[in-house]
Write a protein that binds this ligand. Structure first.
Ligand code: F6P
Length: 341
């Protein structure tokens, strides 16, 4: 078979390991050929290709980013659409496409599959918010990076007796905040799923401070402040028309300082969480997903994506990934909150 491959949406550490896993097993075991499309759906629509042989994937599972490039492009916009994509399939003599991406990518993949295009998906998001898979690659790495940053914030916080606010990624869900905050021993964690009042937050900060600790507050970018209707956004919209988030940490730091009198500093970790070397866990998960995507192509399971359930790689229809977000359950937050303050 000739198989196209693209990575789309925000990058996540482990994308290259997926590509390598798929290409290695595809070429060496099944004698498939591969065509890489550059910068997500954009490359497919514009027929911008890269060779994808065993040579190109040599040693890449430890590299962050994606050798194919990525973008938040909608394949139905501009000169895109079903006819154009069928044309590019024909020009490249493709039998199938593997689309690696998050919710937006999988939604587009579903529309295209419904129109008869042969696509298998691999889920990707550092936020870990896709319901159909227990974990997505990139999440473990993001949590590790955020935890290390918080460990550092704690030593400088201790030195100055300051409250330190660490803002992490998490557009709709607080998984990165919950896990990194718990790992770093945060005194408060604010996530999109929970309404936490400034009063409660300051009570936790004060109680930690009164015990002689330098309070650490972790806030997910998608947290909505008490009284606000939406998460804080001051950076306009992204290519899908969604507000670009970031800056909530800087917003709440002076509020904490004003209410408690404790000197407070904020740090936004931002894209540092998505960059660099993937963890061993993410490399293994990504490699297995890439290999499983080839098995799904061999079995012609169009409209399905590979996913992690427990320790097994399974196949689920695209719609299972699109139905609902995997939010932090109340009991997981309550468990973490027992240690706040
Ligand atoms: O969806 C993953 C994510 O990292 C979100 O946590 C964040 O809001 C968004 O992507 C940032 O996107 P961009 O890289 O386009 O700024």
């Amino acid at each position: 078979m000739r198989i196209g491959m693209l990575t789309s949406g925000g990058d996540a550490p482990g994308l290259n390991a997926v590509i390598r896993g798929a290409v290695l097993v595809g070429t060496t075991v099944h004698h498939h050929e591969f065509v890489g499309f550059t910068d997500g759906w954009k490359g497919l629509v514009e027929n911008d290709t890269l060779p994808l042989t065993r040579h190109e994937v040599k040693g890449i599972s430890k590299q962050g980013g994606t050798i194919l490039g990525t973008s938040r492009t909608n394949p139905f916009e501009g000169r895109g659409g079903v006819d154009r994509i069928n044309e590019v399939f024909a020009e490249n003599r493709l039998d199938a496409l593997i689309a690696i991406g998050g919710e937006g990518t999988l939604a587009a993949a579903k529309r295209l599959t419904d129109a008869g295009i042969r696509i298998v998906g691999v889920p990707k998001t550092v936020d870990n918010d896709l319901d159909a898979t227990d974990y997505t690659f990139g999440f473990d790495t993001a949590v590790q990076i955020a935890t290390e940053a918080m460990d550092r914030l704690r030593t400088t916080g201790d030195a100055h007796n300051r409250c330190m606010v660490a803002e992490v990624m998490g557009r709709h869900v607080g998984w990165i905040a919950l896990h990194s905050g718990m790992a770093a021993g945060a005194h408060a964690i604010l996530i999109p799923e929970q309404n936490t009042s400034m009063e409660q937050l300051c009570a936790w900060v004060q109680s930690a401070y009164d015990r002689g600790r330098a309070p650490l507050v972790v806030v997910a970018e998608g947290f909505t402040l008490d009284g606000a209707d939406e998460p804080h956004s001051e950076r306009g919209l992204d290519a899908f028309g969604r507000p670009r988030l970031g800056g909530i940490g800087e917003l709440i730091a002076p509020m904490i300082e004003a209410r408690t009198g404790i000197e407070t500093r904020a740090t936004t970790l931002g894209h540092i969480q998505r960059g660099g070397t993937p963890s061993a866990f993410d490399r293994v998960l990504a490699t297995r997903l890439g290999m499983a995507a080839i098995a799904a192509v061999n079995d012609e399971r169009w409209g399905e994506m590979v996913a992690l359930r427990g320790t097994e790689i399974v196949r689920v229809p695209f719609e299972a990934a699109l139905g609902s977000l995997k939010t932090v359950p109340q009991e997981r937050y309550d468990e973490a909150a027992l240690l706040f303050g």
